[in-house]
Design a protein around this ligand. Structure first.
Ligand code: CAA
Length: 413
């Protein structure tokens, strides 16, 4: 559906994606906690928009702080960012790893419903409170709990390993592995250009060999190696979702904002296995709706931030958008089209594999990255946006292709 009112995003902020790979990270040392990340990201936005007095509502996206941090009622941390937010309406939303984009959509709907002109939207997750193997059990809550006992110890890596295996059996093992390795190389090369990325400090001189490493089914999962995986990350991202009136109130010129041209949301049954593991069908549906709502074609996309929780999800996302036919995603990536210099640069600050995946923050991080790219403030990560392809697309996924949000952005005029 076409949006009936103009909605903008502006004043984005990302904390560092903290975890293994960052020089500052040591699992045994005291680190910032969830409230510290919330405060940093929230204040990062408030400083740019003239302070808390300008905010009408706030939304926080988070997956599962109740288990990683023993903390619920996260909306009540919004006034902790700034006293000026006390007594303002606030809500927390959850849709597993898609929580961030659901928070954005909640803000967008408030602006469309005219209950707010300025919404502070924040996503957060702090996951390094436990080792990755225990974290995998917590993250498994994004799947069907009743299936957990039949699942892999690393539940979600196991799910996407099954998808990778099916893809390799159907479309060729060698080419798929090469494409997944290329996805990894692109992710790290992009992350090295972005100071907040978890892999910013990566100095490996043979990324391809890492990506090509044989999976170790005894130690991990059948068809993915460690480099195919998104990171275990702590971090928060925030951005302001505003109306035309809101932009005027915060005193930011349109040229510094992106417009939300359209969005698509789709949900599938958590108890249901994928009809075809080589297809991200819910992702495909969300993207279709987003492009339709924006009234544009995929050929007009200048950049995409997709949910590469595992490299195979990147390959499948390329196909879900329609850039390549079923089974052709690997070739599309191997031809270099998703590189930062390619036809349609994907995940220009590293994506979930390179920048990091603080699960509840990821959808907001994607929006901040697109806002930076389209308004020319991406620093060393900056790509060229052309007049023929002026749009950015984000895809944020919760569960195994279950809770999907896709958003189309364009530099505001
Ligand atoms: N306390 C003590 N030690 C810690 C620690 C802590 N809090 N945090 C990390 N460490 C340790 C680790 O145990 C490890 O030490 P050892 O080698 O001695 O065991 C060391 O620090 C390095 O840790 P790494 O995280 O680098 O490596 P790992 O081997 O522990 O994990 C990995 C690698 C299993 C691939 C992990 O990165 C991983 O699980 N990635 C995937 C994350 C994931 O599944 N995210 C969700 C994606 S699915 C999605 O997006 C949809 C949805 O809705 C869920």
């Amino acid at each position: 559906m076409k949006l009936r009112k103009k909605v903008y995003m502006v004043a984005g902020y990302n904390t560092i994606s903290m975890g293994t790979g960052r020089k500052e990270f040591h699992p045994k040392k005291t680190r910032p906690d969830i409230e510290d990340y919330i405060k940093e990201a929230g204040q990062g936005v408030l400083k740019q928009i003239g302070g808390a007095k300008n905010v009408d509502e706030a939304v926080i996206g988070n997956f599962i702080a109740a288990r990683f941090n023993r903390q619920g009622n996260l909306a009540a941390f919004l006034p902790f960012i700034d006293e000026g937010l006390r007594y303002k309406p606030a809500v927390r939303v959850e849709g597993a790893c898609g929580s961030g984009a659901l928070a954005l959509v909640t803000g967008i709907r408030s602006v469309l419903a005219e209950t707010a002109d300025v919404v502070l939207v924040l996503g957060v997750e702090v996951q390094n409170t436990v080792k990755a193997i225990y974290g995998a059990d917590i993250l498994a809550a994004a799947g069907w709990a009743k299936e957990r006992k039949n699942g892999h110890a690393y539940f979600f890596p196991g799910k996407f390993s099954d998808r990778a295996k099916a893809y390799q059996e159907k479309f060729g093992k060698e080419k798929s592995r090469e494409a997944m390795a290329m996805w990894y190389v692109n992710a790290i090369e992009n992350a090295r250009l972005c100071p907040t990325a978890q892999e910013y400090h990566n100095t490996s001189d043979d990324l391809r060999s890492c990506g090509m490493m044989n999976p170790n089914p005894r130690g991990f999962v059948d068809s993915l190696n460690m480099f195919d995986c998104s990171k275990v990350s702590d971090g928060a991202s925030a951005i302001a979702v505003v109306s035309e009136e809101g932009l005027a109130r915060i005193g930011i010129p349109k040229s510094e904002a992106v417009e939300v041209i359209g969005f698509g949301q789709a949900e599938d049954d958590v108890t249901r296995p994928p009809d075809d593991p080589t297809v991200l069908a819910t992702t495909r549906e969300a993207v279709r709706k987003a492009l339709e709502s924006a009234g544009i074609t995929k050929e007009q996309l200048g950049t995409v931030e997709c949910h590469d929780c595992f490299t195979i999800a990147g390959v499948l996302a390329v196909e879900a958008i329609g850039f390549a036919p079923h089974g052709g995603g690997a070739e599309f990536i191997l031809q270099g089209h998703t590189k930062r210099t390619g036809k349609v640069p994907f995940n220009t600050t590293g994506g979930l594999v390179g920048w990091g995946h603080p699960t509840g923050a990821t959808g907001v991080h994607q929006a901040v990255t697109i806002w930076e790219q389209l308004t020319g403030r991406a620093g060393d990560s900056q790509i060229k946006i052309t007049a023929e392809r002026p749009y950015g697309l984000s895809i944020n996924m919760g569960g195994d292709d279950k809770s999907l949000v896709s958003i189309v952005f364009k530099k505001a005029e």
